[in-house]
Design a protein around this ligand. Sequence first.
Ligand SMILES: Cc1cc2nc3c(=O)[nH]c(=O)nc-3n(C[C@H](O)[C@H](O)[C@H](O)COP(=O)(O)OP(=O)(O)OC[C@H]3O[C@@H](n4cnc5c(N)ncnc54)[C@H](O)[C@@H]3O)c2cc1C
Length: 347
Amino acid sequence: MILIIGAGLSGLLTGYRLKQAGIPFKILEARNRIGGRINTIYKLNNAPIEMGATWFTHQHQNLIALLHELEIGYFKQFMNNTAFYQSSPTSSANIIQIPHQSPSYRVSDGTSYLINTLYEKLDKNDVLLNQSVKEIKIHHNTVQIIANEVFEGTKVVLAIPPKLWSKKIIFTPNLPSDLLRIAKQTHTWMEDSIKVALNYEHPFWEHENLPSTLFSNSGPITELYDHCNHEKSKYALCGFINSSNNNLSIVKRRANIIEQLKPFFGKKVEQFTTYTDCVWSQEEHTFEPSEDFLFPHQNNGNPIFSNRLFDGKLLISNSETALKFPGYMDGAVYSGNAAAQKIINNL
Ligand SMILES: Cc1cc2nc3c(=O)[nH]c(=O)nc-3n(C[C@H](O)[C@H](O)[C@H](O)COP(=O)(O)OP(=O)(O)OC[C@H]3O[C@@H](n4cnc5c(N)ncnc54)[C@H](O)[C@@H]3O)c2cc1C
């Protein structure tokens, strides 16, 4: 029995590959939902909105290959060649030309459609929610995991960000000290970001020939993009808020955002049908305070994560440990495939 910790993209994919190879496994997930940093919110009559991972490019070939394999569609992020640009809190509504850039893509029907498609392919009894892993004991021939229940297996796959396992899970015997030190200093991509989305009945910005993109140096919103569904029949704007707004109430954040957007989009911006935001620094199964300042992507893809540990009984695998595009969905796919392949080869 292989025990996989974490039902994000990498853990679910490892599970799916093991299932294809006929190898028994269980996925232990701390949250009461699957997907980790992928979380699309679906509400009736609204465009699906992404509170987590959203975009990828043609360079992300591991992710694209998985989408093709699972027959999941994707579409180009809508972006015309203009954007609002706000250089300071008091500056007027400038419209700038955006230089041509290679397109980004979004998963049709939302990124969680990928997560849900993987989950549908698994036996539901093999994915256990509300199992926050606290301790891992590596014995001579077995591994024991202490979560809300105790689990026994032959190998364990750590499909969670290194900063989380290095600071929150007790290992017996101890992990090598250099591995532990680097894991504590490994940045978890977007762990302290705030995502925001506003749904609308009509794309008033299009009717009024306004850009749907906004870049601001002052915030609270720093970036905003068109977030219509792929059929372009349901409408939304979605972007990021400066992470210093994490301590405000949702009501205050919403009020500040509308105040910021009104000079650009006019009063119609107040007529949203739904406001949603997600403060990732309040998500204990994603965010973990760092002891030192970490640069974005610091130690992501460090080769130390690929070292063989405890005679192959402990495998480290998640987006941040990938050798290609670590921190991104593509990295999660790379790692999910690589962990499963190591297990299959070993057996
Ligand atoms: C706001 C935001 C925007 C992003 N935008 C993009 C983007 O546009 N494009 C892109 O490519 N990437 C983006 N990313 C990054 C992308 O989401 C991640 O790279 C990818 O989803 C990581 O998958 P993972 O499986 O490696 O880890 P995670 O998704 O972090 O999954 C880890 C899982 O482990 C669980 N877990 C944690 N601790 C424990 C424990 N002790 N016991 C059991 N389970 C545990 C968690 O609950 C989680 O479900 C974004 C991330 C965020 C937060």
